[in-house]
Design a protein around this ligand. Structure first.
Ligand SMILES: [Zn+2]
Length: 682
């Protein structure tokens, strides 16, 4: 399962996936991490797409052998790049190669609107790994006509004719994945997973007759093949070294073998060995063995995803799209969490909750962010923000799964928002400055406190059921609010300074509080439409936490609501008092959970967390409207540049950034050009 970035999540700073209920979790605030100028993150923008870059923090923490492992794994991933193009649509490679040839060789007028439209079209198909939109699945419409393309083709001596040319302009194969049965799941889908004359009913029957050797461990039939008809008989063309896409697969294997040789430990090496065997044989039992080995290989600083994995692109849900993500440990975040975990009992003992609700022996909740070092296939340029694998249920149950959120990707998304929004919604200069200086640190620590300490804290009274039974539909937002409050309460605690987690707990706390209230009361309203209530659990909790402390602190002037030139701001006047209010609300929230007090939960959420002040909502949407930008984003990969000695041994690997999106795409097409233009096209 992958967690894709959605417009809903566009402005969120931290998104992680490790909560008890495994829901996609979004914590704390958005604006404060949108502070750095976005030019350092944004590489290109065209049509509805923004191209960003991401950094690889912690690269220097890896030794050369580990860096080599990362390098080999990213090369293995890129070696299979052409496969996703062929899987997405049978004419994709042919079209891409033709258009790239035009792009490289055309010497005519490059200032014309037609040429600009051609360039945009090519960028769009690079982004989507094919001629269908990566998100809507609709075929991308070019803003130039066929005559113009034919001129380009002839002037550059490029061969493209017949269906691959016509299909760019006509109505054929209009949708990549069609889930509307009326249109025909297979006949209505352009993905290249089935022969043209294969029907959905035949596929169902074909796989209904397949039997797994062990029914307790059902194999992922169909995952790594194309199903075609030969002389009226259904036959799988298996993706393997001497099968379909074999030319690219043998390159993948070559790099995986190098990776295996520099593996960090035996478990990791074993897993890589099984993956190689799987690519050689296409054997789905080996694929399962590999997944078991992979999920159990948890030691080490480096991990990866590689294979035919997610089945979303197959309307029938059998066939996996080629994908690769290489990850390194998030050293910074791991260190912060370790410190909190080591001290989790101190936080429990000093929490403002009632003693009877404290755990005598609290165990920190672990969760994992990783740093992406390279992506390919279906994970690039459009990337997930978190991944939870393997997909096979029996492996998840017997051997567990790996769930990670991709920290640097999420961070780059947040930074792309720019500092303008922060300025628009901040009350004063000090607020902006604090956010710029401490916002990112506050957000990271809030995330860590929320997860490690927050979700672990407190206990339910004896005889009281789990919150799903007692608090019902309010259980989620109450739990998330409670964990947020634990974080908020401690973000201004001198203990954080004592533990070396910040150099100034006062500034850190102030930045965190400003950002939380600003987001809860204003910023997050940009994500719902006029007239709507707040529904999502985390959005609700940010609203009820913020509204509650504002109301309770009103008399003492803790937070002042300010109107300036028709714009609303919140100005925190007394941070110490606000911290006390967070503590008070935490105590009450824990009481509600411990006692299973449904009525109190309902009152808190309904009175403070659901309804939106219509006047303020309208105002916020208007203020936000000027910041509109492309709705979809994706990434170029950093480049891992090797230096070698006389014997060819790698001596150094440096991380650099590509100059442009088209530069990287052309480079990839040249360097990882392992499939013929008609590969997989029958
Ligand atoms: Zn949570």
């Amino acid at each position: 399962m992958k967690h894709k970035f959605s417009i809903f999540l566009l402005a969120l700073a931290s998104i992680f996936i490790s909560c008890n209920d495994r829901e996609k979790e979004t914590n704390t605030n958005q604006e404060q991490t949108e502070t750095k100028e976005n030019s350092s993150v944004k590489v290109d923008e065209f049509a509805d797409i923004k191209i960003l870059r991401y950094e690889i923090p912690g690269w220097g923490n890896l030794d050369l052998k580990e860096q080599k492992l990362v390098y080999y794994l990213t090369q293995a991933g890129l070696a299979g790049r052409d496969i996703i193009w062929a899987q997405n649509y049978k004419h994709n490679l042919k079209i891409r190669k033709a258009l790239e040839n035009v792009y490289a060789n055309y010497e005519g007028d490059k200032n014309s609107e037609d040429w600009k439209a051609f360039k945009t079209y090519l960028k769009r198909i690079w982004f989507s790994n094919g001629i269908h939109h990566h998100y809507s699945n609709n075929k991308i419409k070019p803003d130039f006509d066929k005559e113009y393309l034919e001129t380009l083709l002839s002037e550059t001596n490029t061969e493209l004719s017949g269906e691959p040319l016509e299909v760019i302009f006509n109505d054929k194969d209009a949708k990549k994945v069609n889930l509307d049965e009326a249109e025909g799941l297979l006949s209505g889908s352009a993905t290249n997973f089935y022969g043209a004359d294969v029907t959905a009913a035949e596929v169902e029957e074909f796989y209904a007759n397949k039997k797994s050797p062990n029914p307790e461990k059902p194999l992922s039939f169909g995952l790594n093949s194309k199903l075609v008809k030969e002389n009226g008989q259904l036959k799988e063309q298996v993706y393997k070294v001497d099968g379909l896409y074999g030319d690219a697969i043998s390159e993948i294997i070559k790099w995986l073998e190098k990776a295996e040789a520099v593996a960090e430990n035996e478990k990791q090496a074993n897993a890589l060995g099984l993956l190689i065997e799987y690519y050689k044989t296409g054997d789905l039992e080996v694929w399962d063995d590999y997944n078991v080995a992979w999920v159990e290989a948890t030691e080490g600083n480096i991990d990866y995803i590689n294979g035919f994995i997610e089945v979303y692109n197959d309307p029938l849900g059998y066939r996996g799209s080629y994908e690769n993500i290489v990850q390194i440990k998030d050293f910074d975040m791991s260190q912060k969490m370790k410190v909190l975990e080591d001290n989790v009992q101190w936080f429990e003992d000093n929490a403002p909750i009632m003693d009877e609700h404290k755990k005598e022996e609290v165990v920190g909740v672990t969760y994992k962010t990783v740093i992406v070092a390279g992506e390919a296939g279906d994970a690039s340029p459009s990337t997930p923000i978190g991944v939870n694998l393997p997909n096979a249920n029996w492996i998840r149950q017997e051997h567990g799964s790996k769930s990670v959120s991709l920290g640097n990707i999420i961070n780059a998304y947040s930074k792309a928002g720019g500092s303008e929004k922060l300025k628009e919604f901040s009350h004063d200069e000090e607020e902006i400055e604090l956010s710029e200086q401490y916002g990112e640190q506050a957000d990271k620590l809030h995330t860590a406190l929320h997860e490690v300490v927050g979700h672990a804290s407190g206990k339910i009274n004896q005889g009281v059921g789990q919150t799903k039974e007692t608090l019902k539909s309010y259980a989620s937002t109450m739990e998330e609010g409670r964990a947020d409050l634990v974080g908020l309460y401690y973000l201004m605690d001198p203990k954080l300074e004592e533990l070396g987690l910040t150099d100034d707990h006062t500034k850190l706390g102030k930045a965190a509080y400003n950002d939380y209230i600003r987001n809860g009361m204003l910023g997050q309203l940009t994500r719902i439409e006029m007239g709507e209530d707040i529904e999502e659990a985390h959005m609700r909790n940010r609203m009820w936490v913020s509204s509650w402390v504002i109301e309770k602190g009103k008399e003492d002037g803790v937070i002042e609501k300010v109107k300036k030139d028709g714009k609303t701001y919140y100005d925190i006047k007394d941070y110490e008092k606000l911290r006390e209010l967070f503590g008070e609300l935490l105590r009450e929230t824990q009481r509600i959970k411990s006692e299973g007090d449904y009525e109190a939960a309902k009152n808190l959420v309904e009175n403070y967390g659901v309804k939106v002040d219509q006047e303020i909502h309208k105002e916020v949407l208007e203020r936000n409207a000027v910041f509109k930008s492309a709705p979809y984003s994706g990434f170029v990969n950093p480049e891992l540049v090797t230096e070698t000695d006389e014997s060819g041994e790698i001596t150094t690997i440096k991380v650099t950034q590509p100059e442009s999106f088209e530069g990287q795409m052309l480079e990839y097409s040249k360097k990882y050009n392992f499939l013929k233009e008609d590969a997989g096209a029958e």
